[in-house]
Design a protein around this ligand. Structure first.
Ligand SMILES: *[C@@H]1O[C@H](CO)[C@@H](O)[C@H](O)[C@H]1NC(C)=O
Ligand SMILES: *[C@@H]1O[C@H](CO)[C@@H](O)[C@H](O)[C@H]1NC(C)=O
Ligand SMILES: *[C@@H]1O[C@H](CO)[C@@H](O)[C@H](O)[C@H]1NC(C)=O
Ligand SMILES: *[C@@H]1O[C@H](CO)[C@@H](O)[C@H](O)[C@H]1NC(C)=O
Length: 365
């Protein structure tokens, strides 16, 4: 009896007050989880406002002051108004029009850089707008890059738990943002423009449903464009699944021809290749960057045939058999600039007979 009483007393004095305190909180949390559907994508980046306003001032004051004065608070308001308190599946590209109008600025001649599947390499090459200005090097892209955001009907108006992916609903805040931003960016392209594609992907270096094909290529202003340079970059140590003139790159080339654009296509464009090599300094693709080593007649190191340097001009003819790409590399670098080096490709049969091919001349360096 006494024990029962003390249990009851304990409940009244301790557990009840705690439970009654807890109940409203639990109800609120339940209400929130009921409202907040769980999406596949990450929730709104915490401190979104501070991040965007901070990025905005960093851009206009430090990264690219040439864009001139902008009102970063007003830019944040315009960004927020596109999605806050809204159903995260009902945000359209046009909802960001005020934001685009406030952030838009010129992209310098010859500095446009479009891409698919190569964002990190693009960013390194672009070097914070110093070398190139891809979309995320413009103010509008810079502000949103790498962030997640979406609305919620109640509370703070933002869903910090999860946001829909494009597979879940097409008209989500991020997808709609990047669509209108890509369209606006494409319209600013002028002069020689560039497209970096990834030759190591297996599902299409030029995806016909990608942002470049759907929102950028279709919005280029042809009269402003001199030439389109396509760069197909393979990963070092990665597969070489696509190259200029084949598969989806050929499709892109045909599309550009039909649309009347001048273009060039380069596999493993050297300045970008050199940047990739920073992470693979001892890889054989990186040891010697002489253009000769990128010529198609040179097979991989493992199957290198015997090559003879027939003559160098104005030096006396020499004959050398090359053991490896590295050997070729060191020979080439031993010549002063502007020496003409003549090669003859020689195939060696199983009986060790040698068949000479045509001479090929190059300038060393
Ligand atoms: C910037 O925009 C905010 C919000 O729209 C406004 O209150 C403020 O006066 C503007 N500042 C300037 C300097 O125009
Ligand atoms: C842009 O590229 C074209 C063609 O190479 C060149 O003639 C022009 O001087 C370049 N303009 C700038 C600003 O770099
Ligand atoms: C290129 O594609 C490969 C294969 O999908 C990927 O591993 C690599 O990170 C991509 N390269 C860049 C620069 O994004
Ligand atoms: C791309 O390369 C990888 C590795 O070599 C290979 O497994 C894959 O089948 C290739 N894909 C295509 C479409 O060629």
């Amino acid at each position: 009896m006494k024990a029962l009483f003390s249990v009851l007393l304990f409940w009244f004095l301790h557990v009840f007050p705690i439970l009654s305190l807890l109940t409203p909180v639990t109800q609120n949390a339940e209400a929130e989880t009921h409202m907040e559907k769980q999406w596949q994508g990450a929730g709104t980046t915490l401190s979104l406002e501070e991040v965007i306003i901070g990025r905005c001032y960093n851009y206009i004051r430090v990264v690219n002051p040439s864009v001139g004065e902008k009102n970063c608070s007003q830019i944040w308001e315009a960004f927020k108004d596109a999605f806050i308190f809204k159903d995260p599946c009902k945000v359209l590209p046009k909802d960001y029009e005020p934001f685009i109008r406030l952030t838009v600025h010129d992209v310098p001649l010859n500095k446009s850089l479009f891409w698919e599947n190569s964002q990190l390499l693009v960013r390194r090459y672009a070097d914070n707008t110093k070398r190139m200005m891809p979309l995320d090097g413009t103010l509008m892209g810079w502000l949103a890059e790498g962030l997640a955001w979406c609305g919620h009907p109640g509370g703070t108006g933002m869903n910090y738990k999860s946001c829909p992916t494009t597979d879940e609903c097409e008209h989500n805040p991020a997808e709609s943002f990047w669509r209108i931003a890509s369209e606006a960016y494409a319209k600013l392209a002028a002069g020689v423009i560039h497209v970096m594609l990834n030759g190591s992907v297996s599902d299409g270096a030029y995806p016909v449903n990608g942002f470049f094909a759907k929102f950028e290529l279709t919005n280029l202003i042809k009269d402003n464009i001199l030439n389109i340079q396509i760069w197909v970059m393979d990963e070092i140590e990665g597969p070489d699944n696509e190259s200029c003139g084949s598969k989806t790159i050929k499709l892109l080339e045909t599309t550009l021809q039909e649309d009347g654009f001048q273009y060039t296509c380069t596999d493993n464009y050297k300045p970008v290749r050199l940047l990739q090599c920073v992470d693979f300094p001892t890889h054989h693709d990186c040891l010697c960057a002489h253009p000769l080593l990128q010529l198609s007649f040179l097979p991989s190191q493992a199957h290198l045939p015997v090559l003879f340097i027939l003559s160098t001009s104005p030096r006396q003819p020499v004959a050398q058999s090359l053991q490896s790409q590295l050997h070729l590399c060191s020979i080439l670098h031993s010549f002063p600039a502007n020496f003409v080096v003549k090669f003859r490709k020689v195939s060696v049969g199983s009986d060790h007979s040698a068949t000479a091919g045509a001479d090929i001349s190059f300038k060393a360096h």
